[in-house]
Design a protein. Structure first.
Length: 319
């Protein structure tokens, strides 16, 4: 390459470099100050900004939809601790205890309702922990009940999970309508006539019922009762004593299914059936053993029974 060619090549490179620099954005050429304008500030919203919550510290009538929480234990020795008159209410007990003759009464008849995370303690008498018989769409989660005559009196589409009932009175621990789901409930002691009773198209699963004792003549004790087209799965009813009463560990309406359940060591001086099925039901992989006073499993017409273990009952294994 001669001298003139070298000059032309150098000139073209210089022009190309100049053009590339001219095309660069200003932000690349001049970054500006890297010092932040101020200290870092929070960018996330608080819980109250996402969902405003209202504190409760005294017996209250809730008349506005929203989310509410207890600030401490709550007591009403003569009446209702919390009345819910508005739809779409969440009540977080925040680990505290409500002491009352009636803990929570829901008078609103539409919307959704959630009660969770705490304890309800009866102060005696004919007491009701949660009264919502005319209210569909109630959910109760992670609540401990103690000493109540009636536990949860709910409507259709009830949801109950991780509940504990101790030393219950005469009436049901859970009594709800159709399309309900009861899961992970433990019931220990008491003289209830019905531990869990749900309506048609409902499911009861992963529940444990033990040491119920009732001694009123002419009455009955039932561990779990489901209506038509219901299901009972992975439940245990054991060590109950129904003196002078009829006893059924699990009792179903027609076209229902019972599977993977245990009904054992229950006693009745009147009449006993471990698992009692209505028309066109099925019972599979269940154990009914060492029940005193009657049969392990009783089936009606058009029922299916498969892979069950029945032993040590004073009546028939399967009747």
């Amino acid at each position: 390459m001669n001298k003139n060619e070298n000059l032309r090549h150098t000139t073209r490179c210089t022009h190309g470099l100049a053009l590339a620099i001219w095309l660069l954005p200003a932000a690349v050429l001049a970054q500006g100050s890297l010092t932040p304008p101020g200290p870092p500030a929070p960018t996330l919203k608080t819980l109250d900004q996402v969902e405003p919550r209202f504190p409760i510290s005294t017996p209250t009538n809730i008349t506005q939809s929203g989310s509410y929480y207890l600030t401490g234990n709550l007591t009403n020795a003569s009446g209702t601790a919390v009345t819910i008159s508005a739809p779409d209410v969440t009540l977080d007990l925040q680990g505290f205890t409500v002491y009352a003759v009636q803990a929570i009464v829901i008078s609103a008849t539409n919307g959704t309702f959630n009660v969770r995370n705490g304890a309800l303690q009866s102060l005696g008498g004919i007491s009701i922990a949660i009264a919502a018989a005319a209210t569909p769409g109630l959910t109760v989660e992670s609540v401990r009940f103690a000493g109540w005559d009636t536990g949860v009196l709910g409507g259709d589409s009830f949801r109950g999970e991780r509940l504990t009932f101790l030393d219950h009175g005469d009436s049901e621990c859970i009594l709800t309508g159709s399309n309900s789901v009861v899961r992970g409930v433990q019931i220990v002691g008491g003289r209830t006539r019905g531990a869990i009773e749900v309506g048609d198209d409902s499911v009861v699963e992963d529940c444990e019922i033990s040491r119920l004792g009732r001694s009123f003549g002419g009455s009955s004790t039932i561990g779990i009762r489901v209506g038509q087209d219901g299901a009972v799965r992975h439940c245990t009813v054991g060590d109950c004593n129904s003196a002078g009463n009829l006893f059924a560990g699990i009792l179903t309406g027609q076209s229902s299914k019972v599977a993977d359940c245990v009904v054992a060591r229950n006693t009745s001086t009147s009449s006993l059936t471990g698992i009692a099925l209505s028309y066109a039901c099925s019972v599979e992989n269940c154990v009914a053993s060492e029940n005193t006073g009657g049969d392990g499993i009783s089936v009606y017409r058009a029922c299916r029974a498969a892979d069950n273990l029945c032993s040590g009952n004073t009546g028939a294994g399967i009747e």
